[in-house]
Design a binder for this molecule. Structure first.
Ligand code: FES
Ligand SMILES: [Fe+2]
Length: 434
């Protein structure tokens, strides 16, 4: 439970808010690279409650600049994207991807030269990696974080995004709470909760058994470890033959997670939650396989909506969303799955939205399985305190510490989380994991 004041502090990310100042210390994704074509249409975007225009010039460089033309305030969304920059549609002033004014055709050359420095647009620092356009609000940022799949060729990963119609923090809390899998993502058979995969009974392979164990044990025991980029949430459930089944979730500051549900060889998945404003966010979704390229069939499946990937329209808005109650089907809820909503992603999305545009944490009742959520909040508050004290928040200066892995593991009953995580992931459990 948080006080109203703490709830506000956690959730608000606009300019001059505590958490807004935290987010502005990090590189965060603003777009998918494929949303911007060279000399193609500029895109309006809102990030952390601020408006920008993004465009890719003829050289392939990306600019993310304030939308207001400094001449008389026309919106550069209507501009022409010409080979060396964006030209305002009103009187033709032109700007490059760093926000420099490079042409003022309405005055003499001499006057233009004196006006140009005053006509500089606010622009964000931009880097592209992993199929994403990353932005930073600071002046001299370090490197973009290195994620677990950063060294893989593009054939090994697939990246997309989806709109979430509520505050970023409750959506993250859904991502770091693996306890809900026992209910929210359960199937129904004969009126009973069952796993997502048909059970093959005791001694079935763990890839299948995990779905049964998540039904049989709905109160996983949480241990939360820390590392230099964030946290590892370790949740143990009873499995067969005196074994524990572990789901290990990574959270990296300020808004990235690597999700469980992957044994060695499986595709891994992760998310980044980026506030659009305080009542909506973009969720960037990744899947990758460290050992092999993704197949064409897998790519199609993810693009159409599967697992953490939603079925979305051309603007990445989920087809099942707040306005249509996620197409909830009460017959389906009675007979085939716990929510009556199709799709793991849509189930997560619906339940986070249902907590309100901004969840009221002053009225909640937390238990042991909410430990990951509590640690996430504490970490964010610790970051806000650091920034207020003039220090860098965790992870902001250590991009290499983001190369962490998540997934599933088996252990003897009662094993310690730190041993399980380091046995399973080695150094990719986290830098200075503790
Ligand atoms: S308002 Fe943009 S050039 Fe005049
Ligand atoms: Fe979920």
């Amino acid at each position: 439970m948080l006080t109203q004041q703490e709830n506000e502090r956690l959730t608000r990310t606009g300019p001059n808010t505590d958490m807004g100042k935290v987010f502005r210390q990090y590189w965060i994704p603003a777009l998918l690279s494929r949303e911007l074509e060279a000399e193609g249409a500029p895109k309006s975007l809102r990030i952390l409650g601020e408006e920008f225009i993004a465009f890719r010039d003829g050289e392939g460089r990306v600019g993310v600049v304030e939308p207001r033309c400094p001449h008389r305030g026309a919106n550069l969304f209507f501009g022409r994207n010409e080979s060396c920059g964006l030209r305002c549609a009103y009187h033709g002033w032109q700007f490059d991807t760093d926000g420099n004014c490079i042409d003022i055709p309405t005055v003499s050359e001499k006057v233009a030269e004196s006006l140009k420095p005053k006509a500089q647009l606010v622009s964000l620092k931009v880097q592209e990696s992993l199929g994403l356009v990353w932005v930073h609000f600071g002046e001299q940022p370090g490197d973009v974080p290195t994620l677990d799949f950063s060294e893989l060729p593009p054939e090994h990963y697939f990246v997309s995004k989806k709109l979430q119609q509520c505050n970023w923090a409750q959506a993250v809390e859904g991502g770091v709470d693996t306890a809900h899998f026992s209910y929210l993502h359960a199937n129904i058979d004969g009126g009973e909760r069952v796993g997502l995969m048909p059970s093959q009974g005791i001694n079935e392979p763990p890839e299948n058994g995990r779905y049964r164990w998540m039904i049989e044990d709905s109160s996983p025991r949480f241990t939360v470890l820390e590392h230099d980029a964030g946290l590892v949430m370790c949740a143990a459930r009873h499995a067969d033959n005196d074994q524990d089944y572990w789901r290990l979730t990574q959270f990296m500051m300020p808004c990235h997670s690597m999700a469980p549900n992957s044994f060695p060889g499986d595709n891994h998945v992760g998310n980044t939650w980026v506030p659009i404003d305080d009542e909506s966010c973009w969720i960037y979704c990744y899947t990758y396989n460290p050992e092999r390229p993704l197949t064409a069939k897998e790519r199609t499946m993810y693009a159409q909506g599967f697992g953490i990937f939603a079925s979305v329209d051309d603007d990445f808005v989920p087809l099942r969303r707040r306005e249509n109650n996620y197409l909830i089907d009460r017959d389906m809820q009675k007979n085939s799955n716990f929510t009556g909503i199709a799709g793991i992603s849509e189930q997560d999305q619906a339940i986070a939205d249902s907590q309100g545009l901004i969840a009221d944490r002053s009225r909640e009742l937390l238990g042991q399985t909410d430990l990951g959520v509590v640690k996430f909040r504490n970490l964010m508050f610790e970051a806000a305190d650091s920034v207020a004290a003039g220090r860098s928040p965790r992870g902001a200066d250590t991009p290499a510490a983001y190369r962490v892995r998540s997934g599933d593991a088996m252990s003897a009953s009662g094993a310690q989380a730190l041993d399980v995580a380091t046995d399973r992931f080695g150094v990719r459990a986290g830098v200075n994991v503790r």
